[in-house]
Design a protein around this ligand. Structure first.
Ligand SMILES: Nc1ncnc2c1ncn2[C@@H]1O[C@H](COP(=O)(O)OP(=O)(O)OP(=O)(O)O)[C@@H](O)[C@H]1O
Ligand SMILES: CC(C)(CO)[C@@H](O)C(=O)NCCC(=O)O
Length: 343
């Protein structure tokens, strides 16, 4: 965080977010080292000596890479619990960052005005490698109510094996070009082109993901990788949307916020999740997405410093038309921020 603060540890500046794949951890360490990021912050603001060589970190990486950080950069990772960090990060974004949450339907983002008095309870669905579903009742009040191992890692892992793609972005791009009907079995394939309206299924609904591969007697190479990628993305997004909705129903939650890097602003992923929630809830619940979806844990760990106040910009800006993000925010993940830190 850049600083233009006075002595009482009032920090103003920008939060910048960067991501590195786990396999590129050394690139991450080199980056921190080249920018001397580990030498800023606590050192300058009169923090106790014990805090000077410590940074907050969360998730599995805070455990897995603790020794590496110590060895390469000489800093200790102060581990902040993962679910609590996700919740603090989400609460911060929802309460303090204007135009953070949006619904996605028919290719369009509609930014939501979040009413602070009516935020809780909500379901937070974090789609990383695996998926955690957390019922949030307030600041620091939450329970992880469900999860599924069929998540972003499943999409990336199966996609890599089935399409031989080299990067996650290639896989996503492929899914964008593909047609899932080439490999998914639709209701119409089973019912001779007819809808099955008595149970609410149109002929174009997926009856069985990847089901066509059973009867077609084709080898994997005979399917277009784009179509495989599309079916895979739809299968996983649909499944997560459905489990999320069932958990929302279980606890009577009307709002479901989706975060985690799996989404990474990808239109088709958000569309599929939105349609799944809409379909299963018969329009009762809505899927909402977050502009800083992949950084909830990091933000929450940052909040774990003794921040006594945070107020990026007023949430209710006059003239905000709820369709566009606020002009003070740009889409590369920077948040303008003022915080007061106590030590
Ligand atoms: N450029 C990318 N490279 C690799 N994966 C990406 C990329 N962009 C998005 N993803 C998706 O993000 C997922 C990882 O998300 P994230 O970093 O939020 O989770 P994680 O912290 O590794 O997992 P967990 O929350 O289960 O601990 C990958 O499995 C993949 O589906
Ligand atoms: C194990 C974690 C919490 C690590 O972030 C995540 O990958 C996850 O929620 N996986 C799903 C595990 C399950 O609930 O089946």
């Amino acid at each position: 965080m850049e600083n233009n603060s006075s002595k009482d540890h009032r920090l103003s500046g920008r939060l910048y977010f960067l991501k590195f794949e786990t396999s590129k951890i050394n690139e991450c360490l080199d980056f921190i080292s080249s920018k001397q990021l580990h030498c800023r912050g606590a050192q300058h603001y009169g923090f106790p000596d014990s805090d000077r060589n410590t940074i907050k970190a969360t998730g599995g990486g805070a455990f897995k890479f603790a020794d590496l950080f110590k060895e390469k950069l000489g800093i200790s990772l102060d581990k902040v619990e993962e679910m609590g960090s996700l919740v603090s990060g989400a609460n911060f974004l929802l309460k303090s960052v204007p135009s953070e949450a949006f619904t996605y339907m028919n290719g369009q983002r509609n930014y939501e005005q979040i009413d602070h008095d009516d935020l809780y309870p909500y379901l937070l669905v974090n789609i990383g490698s695996g998926v955690s579903m957390i019922k949030v009742d307030g600041d620091g009040r939450y329970e992880r109510v469900s999860g599924t191992s069929v998540g972003g890692g499943t999409f990336w892992g199966l996609g890599k094996l089935l399409t031989k793609c080299k990067s996650f972005d290639d896989l996503l791009e492929m899914s964008h070009q593909g047609n899932n009907r080439m490999i998914d079995m639709l209701v119409g394939d089973i019912y001779g082109g007819m809808d099955y309206l008595k149970i609410g299924l149109s002929s174009t609904a997926i009856a069985s993901s990847f089901g066509k591969a059973v009867s077609e007697n084709k080898e994997l190479e005979e399917y277009k990788p784009e179509d495989v990628a599309r079916s895979l993305l739809r299968m996983i997004s649909n499944n997560i949307g459905q489990i999320a909705y069932l958990n929302a129903l279980r606890f009577g939650l009307k709002k479901i916020f989706f975060g985690g890097f799996f989404i990474c602003g990808h239109a088709y992923t958000m569309d599929t999740i939105s349609v799944a929630v809409d379909f299963w809830s018969k329009g009762e619940a809505k899927a909402m997405f977050l502009r800083h979806e992949g950084f909830l844990g990091a933000l929450g760990a940052f909040m774990n410093y003794q921040l006594v106040e945070e107020f990026p910009y007023p949430s209710h800006l006059p003239g905000d038309d709820h369709k566009k993000p606020d002009k003070n925010l740009n889409d590369n993940g920077i948040i303008e921020c003022h915080v007061r830190v106590s030590n």
